[in-house]
Each structure stands twice: as C-alpha cells, then as structure tokens.
Design a protein around this ligand. Sequence first.
Ligand SMILES: CC(C)(COP(=O)(O)OP(=O)(O)OC[C@H]1O[C@@H](n2cnc3c(N)ncnc32)[C@H](O)[C@@H]1OP(=O)(O)O)[C@@H](O)C(=O)NCCC(=O)NCCS
Length: 149
Amino acid sequence: MSYNNIKISKMTLDDFNDIKAILYSDFDDFWQEKTLEDELKNENSYYLVAKINDEIAGFAGLKIVLDEADIMNIVTKKIYRNLGIGSAILESLIEFAKQNGIKKITLEVNETNQYAIKLYEKFEFKKISSRKSYYNNQNTALIMQLSII
Ligand SMILES: CC(C)(COP(=O)(O)OP(=O)(O)OC[C@H]1O[C@@H](n2cnc3c(N)ncnc32)[C@H](O)[C@@H]1OP(=O)(O)O)[C@@H](O)C(=O)NCCC(=O)NCCS
C-alpha cells in the first residue's frame, strides 16, 4: 500500500507544536523537543513535514554549511511506516539541495537500522566511512553521502 496524497511543506511553528505533543509517543525517542525547536530557529536549517489529510506523518531536516548539507533526522510516524512517506520527504530534501547549489548531502546511520539504510540506498547514498562504538559506545555508525552533480 502507498499514499498518493502526501503533502510536503516547510515545517512551521504550528507544525512544531503539533509534533511536540506526540513526539515521544508516535515518533521515536531520540529527538529532543528542545533540539528540534532550536533547529527550527536556525537560519542554516531547512525542515520539512509530510502530511496526510493535514495530519503530520513525518518530518526531516537538513543543516546547511556552504555547499554541503547534513541530514539531521528523518522520521515517519510509527503507524505510517513503509508507505512511502520517508521516500517522499527525502526526495523533497534532495530536490531542495539541488535547487540551492548543495553538492553533497551527508548523514550518519546506525548500522543496525536496516530500513533507514534501505531508504538512503534507494536514493543512491553511498557508504563513505564508519565510526565504531558510536551509539552509546556500542553500535557502529555508517557515514553515507550523496554527491549531487
Ligand atoms: C527510516 C524511516 C524514516 C523510513 O521511513 P518510511 O516512511 O517507512 O520509508 P518508506 O516507506 O519510504 O520506505 C523506504 C524504503 O525503506 C525500506 N523499508 C522501510 N520499511 C520497511 C519494512 N517494514 N520492511 C522492508 N523494507 C522497508 C524499503 O526498501 C523502502 O523502499 P521501497 O519503497 O522500495 O519499498 C522510518 O523507518 C523511521 O521513522 N524510522 C525511525 C527513525 C529513524 O531511524 N530514522 C533514521 C535515522 S538515521
């Protein structure tokens, strides 16, 4: 199953307030509310939300430094996973990067996070290095990168 009525838009303060209420229950616990709020106010950050019938179904953001960007996070609401929402958001972030002269997008992902890795590989991110014992001194982080020509 997939949705064809996913709407992607820039995250607003209203969106943030909606997300805040369900951040820990409906998404994952690794995003701190304060971090997300700070990111929204940062002029070098660019955050998107995916909505289905006005309900926030996912969000993600980039931090931009000159002509490079890091993906800060990408997350889909638990009940909507594997329906194409992560792909729709990532596609929009890549399109934004292309339109804004960004040459490389880099990210870190836990090597055990198979769905996230699949998502990134689908958009041709390549593994460029790894950091052992990165997450809570246990799992390895893979560093993946997309070069935009
Ligand atoms: C990673 C995450 C954002 C993917 O979002 P999503 O909306 O489920 O992504 P999509 O539905 O677009 O799926 C993208 C690809 O991932 C793979 N995938 C996702 N869920 C899957 C599942 N349950 N079974 C098998 N493959 C799966 C598929 O290869 C899929 O590609 P396809 O369209 O060719 O099938 C989501 O799992 C999530 O929020 N995880 C928790 C937060 C997280 O770990 N973020 C990444 C931090 S680096």
